[in-house]
Design a protein around this ligand. Sequence first.
Ligand SMILES: C[S@@+](CC[C@H](N)C(=O)[O-])C[C@H]1O[C@@H](n2cnc3c(N)ncnc32)[C@H](O)[C@@H]1O
Length: 222
Amino acid sequence: MTNPQWTAVDHYFTETIAPADEALTAALADSTAAGLPEIAVAPNQGKLLHLLASIQGARNVLEIGTLGGYSTIWLARALPADGRLITLEYSPAHADVARANIARAGLDKIVEVRTGAALDTLPHLETEGAGPFDLVFIDADKVNNARYVAWALKLSRPGTVIVVDNVVREGRVATPHPDDPAITGTREMFDLIAAEPRLDATALQTVGTKGYDGLLLARVIG
Ligand SMILES: C[S@@+](CC[C@H](N)C(=O)[O-])C[C@H]1O[C@@H](n2cnc3c(N)ncnc32)[C@H](O)[C@@H]1O
């Protein structure tokens, strides 16, 4: 579902207050040239992630779902020089494109791209003591959204911010008995959050260049 007016407004916002630069533009262009799907966050959504990380004073960020590293660049630019961002990506091909994009953006000193299924690589983060993370951005295979939020909680501290992308999916999230595993996974995530006293959360519907979707925002409170 797209709408020319949503797209025009997104372009207006992006051009006025969230302009792209060479590294961001090249990251998208090289991702497309390498055959990656065009499913990165929109520029104004990337800027939102950047602002959330800044507002949070984040120093240690976890991202699940790297693609070509576009959202990674927005997030990493909010970190101090001694900050750290670990991003988890299933596809080695996507991870290679992301590493090149991140290096061109001058962020390879603070960003580490780890390859593998996130449910396999997340336990290593726990073993290594890589947390607690100040902000976790979840944007991978939606069927595992509940498991990723559970992991984010495990690797958190009181005050950690968790953002989950694509939680609306053209309204299908409100379908009580969806036949789409991605929607089932997202609804399991909402059930988990509703039953979890350590999480305070809301979700918003959004429209724009990426169509009709939305995001979940949660804060660890205990
Ligand atoms: C929506 S894209 C991420 C977009 C990126 N966050 C951005 O906005 O630039 C989802 C990514 O998650 C990856 N992915 C899918 N299943 C995964 C898994 N089990 N573990 C880690 N990454 C996975 C996909 O290969 C894809 O690159």
